[in-house]
Design a protein around this ligand. Structure first.
Ligand code: C2E
Ligand code: MG
Ligand code: MG
Length: 760
């Protein structure tokens, strides 16, 4: 799964936090809108109620006034006069459709001429009017009856009736008016209530426990008879009661009594959500309702919501763009960091990190068949030591330039570190690559001009082949390195990795493993090879170490001493060698009561140990060995490396009368000047010269000159690896002092040495 960067995490956090915030705002906005609508509906309900009340009150007073006037004036004793009065009156009051005077039996005393009341008509005989008429007779208030279709005028009317009493309170007659239902809206129209609200006037429960609508401001879809001839649905009233109980804690009776204005939310029988302001008018027993469809509230809400959403989207688009920019610059910084981590500061070449990060991709795009070249500059350390690191750095940069120029397209060039470079090269066939590497070596070893000086530097190249030599990148590098070490032996050359190297590598690791416990397991012992003087008498012995291991068999010291040196095991091994040789030779000398010299090979690593001299002297002391008959053999090549340090130790040894022998002389690089500086007592001429002495005149001359040099510097000369009498004869002629080799004896164990010496 792809990891989300921290920048995007912050972005999502802000996004979701804002989303929550906006949701809260939207929620608040919704409840604001709702409460505004509630307030408005309540307000309108109250205002409508008051308006209707005032109007009815006016009508009430008007009817009382007319009634009293008609009944008290003599002029209106005549029915015709009353009718004339009514007709005139109707012309002025356009919301009246008819007006009449009715007796206690519900029959017309007189009525406006537009009404053609049938003979014997009585309000008490009509189902729709009977009850409200009876109510009128009992009441001092004006009574508004049920709205019904008044056939005479073909209009829906609201009947208003008012009983007229004389001064003593005796009933005289009833004033009856037919109010034009549709004209009623004019009163309300002036209130400025918006069209989406419906005003509803409902007459409270009648004698049959039914509520009828008296006035509805607009409901186009429903026919008038359905509105006015059918009572309010029971379910609606039930829902209203429930809503009142739950949300207002009131019953319908309590609300009626309190005359409070409330706002209710409820569902109609048609499942329409309604909100309504509700007021009860006690004087005229009617409910005044101003209602609104929920959809209208929601549309008001959505109108604002769109703005919120639009703002949110615009805001977040801007924030998104900002974050993208931030993310891009973050990625750029990251890329820069990665570049820095994967490139070498000095040469600007990719480094190992780069190689490990890209090797798999490189392999994929390079036919899966490639070479690993491990390059190491020859003697680069000498340049650093002699000319300083700034010159060394300049050479490295120039070498890197040459390498980059040489490997241009398909290769991956890496600075491994120090003076080492790695190149991954596509396979082109071994013949071609050999030619190409030779060209590379001569290109790199061309002269460099730095600070007005000329430098030449060689390069050793080790080559490993994928997949023949190894499959894992790590192993390929390691074996290319091994091959490079092989090339280093010759310098300024190349070497392909071979199976022998792998075998030697394995052996080396095995040797290391086993050597660690060799002393403990008692697998090591010492042998001694006699050294014979010119006159045939014994000069001394050279101590040589032997090792036989259960798993690896017999392993020669030329194999395991170098491993011991590389791994530090030499410290422990050196102590074993010195201690054993001193102890055994002391015991031989004591047993035979003779004295002879003992030569011990000392590894350079051993010699360089800080406490070498003190521990060595302690061992001599312990073995009670005669220091003057002790020689330390050091190999020639070693003595050149760290001359100053070596010199100090050698002089200290000399002060203790311990002799120094330069082993394998002639194979290393020592010069005459060094020989003059070193306190050397003996030169051991290497076996390789002795081997050729009989057949090669120039080789013989070389041995002659070595012996002469020895004589000049007052050193003893010893020929090693003498295998025949003829060699001894030649060497005697050349004035060699001491001989050592199979011709006299192979290296012998202590016991065999005892026997050998006894026979002598
Ligand atoms: P080295 O010190 O030059 O020892 C001489 C080597 O030549 C010995 O091999 C010896 O067995 C061999 N040799 C002597 N005469 C003849 C001969 O006539 N013909 C042939 N073919 N070989 C002869 P070795 O014992 O295998 O030792 C090899 C090298 O290992 C030694 O060379 C020395 O450098 C190192 N070494 C051996 N023992 C020790 C030791 O105790 N300590 C250290 N530091 N190095 C040791
Ligand atoms: Mg030796
Ligand atoms: Mg030697």
């Amino acid at each position: 799964m792809k990891k989300i960067s921290s920048i995007w995490r912050i972005y999502y956090l802000i996004f979701f936090a804002s989303l929550i915030l906006v949701s809260i705002l939207v929620g608040l906005n919704y409840s604001n809108i709702k409460s505004r609508h509630h307030k408005e509906l309540k307000h309108y309900s109250r205002v409508v109620s008051r308006t209707i009340h005032n109007n009815l009150l006016q009508e009430d007073m008007l009817l009382t006034m007319i009634g009293k006037q008609l009944l008290t004036s003599d002029r209106y004793k005549n029915k015709q006069n009353i009718q004339d009065y009514f007709d005139k009156f109707l012309k002025q009051k356009t919301n009246y459709l008819a007006i009449g005077l009715v007796d206690i039996n519900g029959s017309f005393i007189s009525v406006s001429s537009n009404i053609n009341a049938p003979k014997g008509y009585s309000f008490l005989k009509n189902k729709k009017t009977e009850h409200s008429f009876r109510e009128t007779l009992k009441s001092h208030k004006m009574i508004a009856g049920r709205t019904y279709m008044f056939k005479n005028v073909d209009e829906w009317i609201i009947p208003l009736r008012k009983s007229i009493f004389d001064e003593d309170g005796n009933f005289i007659a009833v004033m009856a008016v037919a109010l034009n239902n549709s004209k009623s809206s004019e009163i309300i129209h002036d209130l400025g209530i918006s069209n989406d609200k419906v005003i509803l006037v409902v007459k409270d429960y009648d004698h049959e426990k039914k509520m009828y609508r008296q006035y509805v401001s607009k409901i186009k879809e429903i026919p008038m008879n359905k509105l006015y001839d059918i009572p309010m649905e029971e379910t609606t009233i039930k829902a209203l009661r429930k809503e009142l109980k739950i949300n207002h804690g009131l019953s319908l009776d309590e609300l009626r009594e309190s005359e409070e204005t409330l706002c209710v939310d409820m569902k109609t029988i048609l499942n329409i959500n309604l909100t309504a302001g509700l007021t009860y008018n006690k004087d005229y027993n009617m409910w005044i309702i101003v209602k609104e469809n929920h959809i209208d509230i929601m549309s008001d809400f959505f109108h604002n919501l769109y703005i919120y959403i639009a703002l949110f989207i615009v805001g977040f688009t801007i924030v998104y763009i900002l974050f993208r920019k931030l993310d891009m610059s973050d990625k750029q910084k990251q890329n820069e960091l990665i570049y820095q981590a994967q490139h070498d500061i000095l040469t600007k070449l990719p480094n190992r990190n780069y190689m490990y990060a890209n090797i798999e991709n490189w392999k994929k795009s390079h036919s899966n068949n490639y070479y690993v070249l491990y390059l190491d500059l020859d003697n680069f350390k000498n340049i650093n030591d002699k000319f300083g690191h700034s010159v060394g750095d300049k050479i490295l940069v120039k070498v890197a330039h040459r390498l980059s120029a040489y490997f241009k397209r398909n290769e991956m060039l890496i600075r491994q570190g120090g003076d080492e470079f790695i190149v991954l090269r596509e396979s082109v066939g071994d013949g071609k690559i050999e030619k190409s590497i030779q060209d590379l070596i001569s290109f790199i070893s061309k002269v460099y001009h730095i600070d007005a000086k000329e430098f030449r530097i060689g390069v050793s190249v080790g080559v490993a082949r994928y997949p023949i030599d190894a499959k894992e990148s790590e192993e390929l590098l390691s074996i290319a390195d091994t091959a490079m070490y092989e090339a280093k032996k010759r310098k300024n050359s190349y070497c392909f990795f071979s199976e022998t190297m792998r075998y030697e590598n394995i052996i080396k690791t095995d040797i290391e493993q086993e050597l660690r416990s060799a002393i403990e397991k008692d697998e090591l012992w010492m042998v001694y090879q006699p050294q014979i003087k010119e006159d045939g008498s014994l000069y001394g012995v050279e101590a040589l170490v032997r090792w036989e291991n259960k798993k690896l068999g017999f392993i020669g010291p030329d194999k395991f001493i170098s491993v011991a040196e590389e791994t530090g095991i030499i410290r422990e091994l050196g102590v074993f060698i010195i201690e054993t040789a001193l102890r055994e030779i002391t015991s031989v000398k004591e047993e035979l009561k003779i004295n002879f010299s003992l030569s011990i090979n000392i590894s350079a690593v051993q010699l360089m140990e800080a406490d070498f001299l003190t521990t060595f002297l302690a061992h001599i002391e312990k073995a009670n060995f005669d220091k003057e008959s002790l020689t330390l053999e050091i190999t020639e090549s070693v003595s050149i490396g760290k001359l100053d340090d070596i010199l100090k130790i050698l002089y200290a040894l000399q002060e203790h009368n311990i002799k120094i022998s330069l082993d394998d002389f002639g194979t290393g690089y020592s010069s005459l000047s060094i020989l003059r500086e070193l306190p050397v007592d003996e030169l051991k001429i290497d076996k390789s010269f002795i081997d050729k002495i009989l057949h090669d005149k120039s080789e013989k001359a070389l041995v002659q000159s070595i012996i002469n040099i020895g004589k000049n510097f007052n050193m003893t000369t010893l020929a090693e690896g003498v295998e025949s009498g003829r060699q001894v004869k030649e060497l005697r002629e050349l004035n060699c002092d001491i001989f050592q080799g199979y011709y006299y004896s192979k290296p012998l164990t202590k016991e065999h040495l005892l026997e050998y010496l006894k026979q002598q």
